[in-house]
Design a protein around this ligand. Structure first.
Ligand SMILES: *Cc1c(COP(=O)(O)O)cnc(C)c1O
Length: 359
């Protein structure tokens, strides 16, 4: 089977092999040393000295933790929304009775840092800005560095969903001034689903002290204490997934993050050009097209589901359909993690054959 999904993504052999090992106890020195090692490597990958924790949840659990640990009901939050996952952050915030103001752009577009600057200029009471780094529903990547600069200028607390970006796209948490960043291991990190990652800045800890939302399972204070005292997690984590992530992060760092990012850029270039040649139109505006997921509109007269089932039946290849308002209209091809030019070309040739059959 060949996964070209925007998560979960293909897990390379060396990482998959770790899953056949005996399960390890989560209160053992052996596991503590793995937690410490993978924490350090994830910090290196995200370029941060902030605290970093592994939560046993999908990415959405970390999004929820990013809300429930640092805010109180009634706080005014600016959600910058590019698509379905920006909307998800808004829904979580509303669930906790925070006040949500929205800066939404058309699906397929990126945020304008200049526009964000003006909005913040006019909104002195905004407590925090929530941004999707890489919007997986539209295949758009925001200029996170510029957004970080604007938030810094206005002294705003910045929360970033980089669930599909981190590990495959450059992210400099400290340099770009990201207070809280969340990601999921089943996307760019080449690991099976089961863990999410969250980073917490100094400033975030002072907000944590003031938060009036009660939290138990995702209480990051408990995570901090347990890591400090024992290099462990407060509850039984997905131990086997953490050990797989330990191996996957080794692979990433052995390749070198500069090369990991460059490889994603090259593969994305091949994908976009190939898909265009096959008659697809990109959802994303060209200047902000994502290097980890490409969303395309299906050519006139063709059926998205037929293309998906053709790929599945002929080649055992899985791609995703459109999400939210693009359901039935678009296709999404994930090219994050364990991807290269040769496999992208193979994918495109299978797509070519399927298109000819469907047509
Ligand atoms: C996949 C994804 C999510 C949701 O992650 P789950 O692990 O499915 O909960 C949220 N945001 C973005 C940008 C994503 O790509």
């Amino acid at each position: 089977m060949d996964l070209w999904l925007p998560g979960p993504t293909s897990v390379p052999e060396g990482v998959r092999d770790t899953l056949s090992n005996e399960v390890v106890g989560h209160r053992t020195p052996e596991f503590s040393s793995a937690v410490e090692s993978v924490t350090k490597k994830a910090k290196t990958i995200l370029e941060t000295d902030n605290d970093l924790f592994f939560l046993t949840s999908s990415g959405t659990g970390a999004m929820q933790a990013a809300v429930s640990n640092f805010f109180s009901s009634g706080d005014l939050i600016l959600v910058c929304s590019l698509g379905a996952f920006g909307e998800r952050f808004a829904r979580i915030l509303k669930e906790y009775e925070l006040d949500v103001a929205k800066y939404s752009v058309q699906w397929g577009e990126a945020l304008s840092p200049a526009r964000l600057d003006r909005i913040l200029e006019e909104s002195p009471f905004v407590e925090a800005v929530f941004v999707t780094h890489n919007e997986t529903s539209t295949g758009v990547t925001n200029d996170l560095e510029a957004i970080g600069r604007i938030c810094k200028k206005h002294g705003k607390f910045l929360v970033v969903d980089s669930i599909s970006g981190a590990g495959a796209l450059p992210v400099k948490v400290d340099k770009w001034g990201v207070d809280v960043l969340v990601t999921g291991v089943q996307k760019g990190w080449m690991t099976p689903p089961g863990l999410s990652i969250i980073t917490v800045s100094e400033r975030a800890w002072s907000r944590y002290e003031q938060s009036r939302i009660s939290e138990f399972y995702f209480d990051l204070g408990k995570a901090k204490d347990k890591y400090r005292d024992a290099r462990q997690t407060p509850w039984t984590p997905a131990v086997s997934i953490l050990l797989a992530l330990d191996r996957a992060t080794d692979k990433m760092l052995e390749e070198g993050m500069g090369e990991v990012f460059a490889r994603h850029r090259r593969v994305a270039g091949v994908m976009r050009q190939g898909l265009r040649q096959l008659g697809f139109r990109l959802v994303a505006d060209e200047a902000h097209a994502s290097d980890v997921v490409t969303a395309v509109f299906v050519p006139e007269g063709m059926d998205a589901e037929e293309i998906r089932s053709g790929l599945r039946e002929e080649y055992d290849i899985r791609i995703a359909g459109g999400k939210g308002k693009f359901a039935g209209k678009a296709l999404r091809i994930g090219h994050m993690g364990d991807v290269d030019i040769a496999s992208a070309n193979r994918f495109l040739s299978c797509m070519d054959t399927v298109m000819k059959k469907v047509n």
